[in-house]
Design a protein around this ligand. Structure first.
Ligand code: ATP
Length: 402
């Protein structure tokens, strides 16, 4: 068991925690191999969460149900992202799995063994948080090897493991450096190395990259994906960033209001969101009125095929709307103008975003939508827009709206 003593080894970004759980977070981060549950002879089935409820009670005010009874399986070696808007319950679920938050109902099992009542440091799970929580008075190597030292690993074996981990996260040779001399990205790599060092049976990551700037975040997201796969790490990864979830995870669980709205592989989730709320959260919109005609939905801009789970959810005749994804609408000019379902619409705004021009256009019925333009377009002018059916999704008209 690792402990963080106030004033000495308190992690850098963890000043005097008001919540006693914060101390346990720091303590659990470098969980040691000997801290986990006893070895298990049965089949390795990974994490299973059943009917989990997390509720916060407050004196004088109504309680909050942060997690409203969810089921989740994470197979051995699998990486699952919990993705959802702020306040949807992602961190509460992660913390309950870690043992940092009491469970109001339900169970958490690992390889079939119920760990719901097992204290955080006895679960054998690793934790990594947004601010890394490195120990400021220890070197890089001292941080990475901390959990190994307290687990009683001999010096030589510890040094070898630390060197291996630093190499893995691209910081070979950084061992003697003081953590105060590291950049934000380097500090997070050290935190990752520290949480992986004891080879935890499950790694729980809560917004591990969200404090970093965009470019660094994108690079580290790719690296994290590779590192988790190379080490065969089973992981649960909380983020509100779609790109991060889609890059890192084998499956993504979209959490809205304490429940899973959809759990799917990234490609399938993107191509076939089950309802309007999931589609809107993923970035689809606006939603065009549509008429169901067999396996297609007809809109003012043409037909879009009904795909994936939408078919099952909608049946043969359910009312639908069509959500426009980024890039679904294109401004066509000159010879590209083909009539048909292309529409002539006014431009309300124009901007240059990541190397391309995007315009806002007014569609019939007063809906405003973004379209990609081949070059500069004057605000107030009329342009022709065309719908790329592959960039749009059909979802039920009824149900959760956003
Ligand atoms: N310690 C607490 N006491 C009371 N309410 C809490 C506590 N922690 C979280 N909540 C509430 O529980 C709900 C879920 O919060 P949670 O932090 O799990 O969401 P989240 O999806 O992780 O959000 P974010 O992306 O903003 O971190 C919110 O309504 C939040 O205000």
């Amino acid at each position: 068991m690792v402990s963080a003593r106030p004033g000495t080894d308190r992690p850098t970004s963890d000043p005097a925690p008001a919540d006693p759980a914060a101390d346990r977070v720091a303590a659990a981060a470098p969980s040691s191999p000997s801290a986990g549950p006893p070895p298990h002879d049965g089949p390795r089935t990974g994490l299973a969460v059943r009917g989990l409820v997390v509720r916060y009670e407050g004196p004088g005010r109504a309680g909050t149900t942060a997690v409203a009874g969810v089921d989740l399986d994470v197979g051995v070696g699998e990486v699952v992202a919990l993705l959802g808007p702020s306040g949807s319950g992602k961190s509460s679920l992660l913390r309950a799995v870690a043992g940092l938050e009491p469970v109001a109902a339900g169970a958490v099992t690992w390889d079939g063994r119920d760990v719901t009542g097992v204290p955080v440091h006895r679960r054998g799970f690793g934790l990594m948080f947004q601010d890394g929580q490195l120990f400021p008075h220890r070197s890089v190597a001292g941080n990475v090897g901390y959990g190994l030292a307290t687990a009683g690993l001999r010096r030589a074996a510890r040094d070898a493991r630390v060197a291996e981990l630093l190499e893995l996260v691209g910081l070979a040779g950084y061992g003697p450096r003081a953590v105060s001399t590291l950049s934000g990205g380097q500090a997070q790599r050290v935190a990752l190395a520290r949480s992986l060092a004891p080879a935890p049976q499950l790694l729980l990551l809560d917004e591990p990259l969200s404090a970093l700037d965009r470019g660094l975040r994108e690079r580290l997201t790719g690296e994290l994906h590779d590192i988790l796969r190379r080490t065969g790490t089973t992981a649960l990864y909380v983020t509100h960033d779609h790109d991060e979830a889609f890059t890192v995870a084998d499956r993504v669980a979209v959490m809205i209001d304490g429940r899973f709205a959809q759990v799917d592989r990234p490609g399938r989730l993107w191509r076939a969101p089950v309802d309007r709320a999931v589609a809107a959260f993923l970035g689809y919109g606006p939603f065009l009125p549509a008429e169901r005609r067999g396996d297609v939905a007809a809109t003012v801009l043409g037909e879009v095929p009904v795909r994936g789970k939408g078919r099952a959810v909608l049946g043969e005749s359910g009312a639908v709307v069509v959500g426009l994804g980024p890039g679904a609408l294109q401004v066509v000019t000159g010879e590209g103008w083909a009539g048909g379902h292309d529409l002539e619409v006014p431009v309300a705004a124009s901007r240059f975003v990541r190397g391309r021009t995007e315009v806002d256009v007014e569609l019939p019925g007063g809906l405003r939508a973004s379209a990609v333009a081949p070059g500069a377009v004057e605000v107030g002018s009329l342009v022709q827009v065309r719908l790329d059916p592959d960039g749009a999704v059909v979802v039920p008209a009824e149900g959760p709206a956003s």
